[in-house]
Design a protein around this ligand. Sequence first.
Ligand SMILES: Nc1ncnc2c1ncn2[C@@H]1O[C@H](COP(=O)(O)OP(=O)(O)O)[C@@H](O)[C@H]1O
Ligand SMILES: [Mg+2]
Length: 237
Amino acid sequence: MAATAPVIDMRAVSRTYGEGPPALAGVTLSVAPGEALAVLGPSGSGKSTLLNLIAGLDRPSEGTVTVDGLRVDQLDEAGSARYRRTKVGMVFQFFNLLDDLTVTDNVLLPAQLAGMPRAAARARAAGLLRDLRIDRHADAYPGRLSGGERQRVAVARALMNRPALLLADEPTGALDTASGADVRHLLAELNASGQTIVLVTHDLSLAASCATRTVELVDGRVVRNTRSAESATAVGR
Ligand SMILES: Nc1ncnc2c1ncn2[C@@H]1O[C@H](COP(=O)(O)OP(=O)(O)O)[C@@H](O)[C@H]1O
Ligand SMILES: [Mg+2]
């Protein structure tokens, strides 16, 4: 029997902007279903570039990016938008919720864009809000919620279309300690239930609590690639 196909398969990926040094230089990386990969590294090391290439928001200068069997680096604009709607959920540092839509309507948005039947979409949104323990705010506007609650809503929205891959760029970066811990638990729970996750973070406790593997970037290169048992020691220095 063939080995399980990876969710992400990046081969010899480089990204250069203009005359500058490469933002990514020859990165080869594979992520298996059910892994939670934390990408660490100093500011400017290429973390967001890596995430944007996986999300199809940017294209490599060299190399290939395959996600769930799809050559993301070869998609045209429409294909790329469709890929993000159907295969990827994204969570950002500053939530990126629409403030003039209720919590429920924010969560419904990806389903509407994907053409999910309305009744099914409403049922799924209600279930996600319950699972993420945010259902009592279903009819509130995001502006009334705390940072931790907003990030829960953003995670619910990201999960709406059952993505093969959840991507998060500094998901605890704008949260206080308690809300950060809350989001860490949530991501760990999601991964425990099988969700494949790639997250970029400066937050070593986030990497330690929810990553099954940690990759460290320096100057656009992978300088370390460790499974969680080892990375727990590495980040415990
Ligand atoms: N759109 C861009 N144009 C020019 N340079 C860029 C662009 N995006 C990123 N870079 C450069 O690429 C390098 C990596 O950036 P980035 O991936 O944002 O790093 P990180 O997320 O790790 O802080 C940096 O030197 C940055 O200045
Ligand atoms: Mg960044």
